[in-house]
Design a protein around this ligand. Structure first.
Ligand SMILES: Nc1nc2c(ncn2[C@@H]2O[C@H](COP(=O)(O)OP(=O)(O)OP(=O)(O)O)[C@@H](O)[C@H]2O)c(=O)[nH]1
Length: 396
């Protein structure tokens, strides 16, 4: 399987924004150093907001993570007893952190106040115990390896560095391979936690916590926005976004409705999963629209392109180009035709096949006193005419 860097951009953005936040906090120290008391008060509220807000928006992993940070913060700042114990067991505390963060990356978000939530809390307790067990095992492993007198071998390497690098790489892999802001934020938390352990963050703990919690809250807001305004399958703006745009359009605009031809037949021939793949690829082509067009997934195999401040005559060339680009697009798919036993054994027959689809387009320019819905309806009627005229056409 080829490693896809689909989460590269998300990881990079998350790392850049977090670094910038820490950098600014550090260099504006003079400004806020006498306000630390106020920050500590606000922070307690932020903990509550982060737990409740994340749970409310089905990001329970952030809720759990916030609760873990809260326990750590309360003990470290002596609101709760146990600071001396934390210090004497600092390796266990650190390992518990990195084990818990790894667990949170690989589990799914489920309701906090449910059986699933309880199971997640239980899993966290288990990984914390596993961290303790690792400390015992590592001592035994070190004693076993010591006679080999390997260079660089020391007890800390086995105890701390080995799990740190293995789990760090696992989290980095997950973050780079899935475009998920929540996972990227956990990666940031992993780095912050490691820097805290090595005492390399020269900011008060309350400020570090504030920055992390603000990041979690912001990520929940951004994620929820994307969920509401982006289509999950194609990544295009959703119909809700289209309705939003409709409110801000000026008096002059052109709307195009686009529909994949005979898509039902395509689905029936190749299956729904391949239909989904083709929808994604067509959407990616449409997203390259020029001339100021904005693309939306209207629903199913229908798309809408809105050209603000344009007459239809200004858009026909671009729409024709899109239609042609899709008609010429040779899409390679894995053909799921069942093979005979002989074919399977011979391994000669290829499972790949090239297919193509066409789209029909209907265009309408807003007329005086017309609402957006009315223009859209006329574009839909034009689309119907394009279908009637034999498909793979642009019609006004
Ligand atoms: N794979 C997949 N198929 C979808 C999706 N949304 C809608 N469809 C399918 O798109 C097809 C639309 O079929 P119809 O509306 O009958 O139109 P058509 O077969 O494209 O024919 P014409 O529009 O007349 O050219 C249906 O089979 C839907 O199941 C989706 O998200 N994924």
């Amino acid at each position: 399987m080829i490693f896809k860097l689909e989460g590269f951009k998300t990881t990079l953005w998350s790392a850049l924004c977090s670094s910038l936040a820490f950098f600014l906090a550090f260099y504006s120290f003079n400004y806020w150093q006498n306000k630390v008391y106020l920050i500590e008060q606000v922070l307690l509220g932020l903990f509550l907001v982060s737990v409740v807000f994340s749970a409310q928006f089905s990001r329970s992993r952030f809720s759990l993570l916030t609760i873990l940070w809260l326990i750590y913060y309360l003990v470290e700042s002596q609101w709760l007893p146990g600071k001396a114990y934390f210090e004497s067991e600092n390796e266990w505390v650190y390992l518990s952190g990195i084990f818990s963060l790894t667990l949170l990356v690989f589990i799914k978000d489920r309701g906090l106040l449910s059986l699933h939530g309880l199971l997640r809390v239980f899993s966290l307790v288990v990984v914390i115990l596993v961290a303790k067990a690792w400390l015992f095992i590592s001592v035994w492993l070190f004693a076993y390896l010591q006679p080999l007198t390997l260079p660089y071998l020391d007890i800390l390497l086995i105890k701390i560095e080995v799990p740190l690098y293995i789990l760090g790489i696992a989290i980095l892999y997950k973050s780079l391979s899935t475009p998920n802001l929540l996972v990227s934020s956990i990666l940031t938390s992993f780095v912050v936690w490691s820097l805290l352990y090595k005492q390399q963050i020269e900011l008060p703990l309350s400020v570090t916590m504030t920055l992390l919690l603000l990041q979690y809250i912001l990520v929940v807001v951004i994620d929820s926005y994307y969920l509401a305004y982006r289509d999950e399958l194609t990544g295009l703006a959703s119909r809700r976004s289209l309705n939003q745009l409709a409110l801000s359009l000026s008096r002059k605009y052109t709307v195009a409705m686009l529909d994949i031809d005979h898509f039902k037949k395509f689905n029936d021939t190749y299956g729904h999963d391949i239909g989904d793949q083709v929808l994604k690829l067509v959407a990616a082509k449409l997203a390259q629209v020029k001339n100021g067009g904005r693309v939306f997934r209207y629903g199913g195999e229908e798309f809408t392109v809105v050209f603000p401040r344009k007459e239809s005559a200004d858009t026909l060339g671009e729409l024709e180009r899109l239609r042609q680009a899709i008609a010429d697009y040779k899409i390679t798919i894995r053909h799921p035709v069942r093979k005979t036993k002989k074919e399977r054994d011979s391994k000669q027959s290829t499972t790949y096949k090239t297919v193509s689809v066409t789209i029909s387009i209907g265009v309408a320019t807003r007329q005086a006193k017309e609402s957006f819905e009315q223009t859209l309806k006329r574009a839909d009627q034009a689309l119907y005419r394009a279908k009637k005229a034999g498909r793979n056409k642009v019609s006004e």
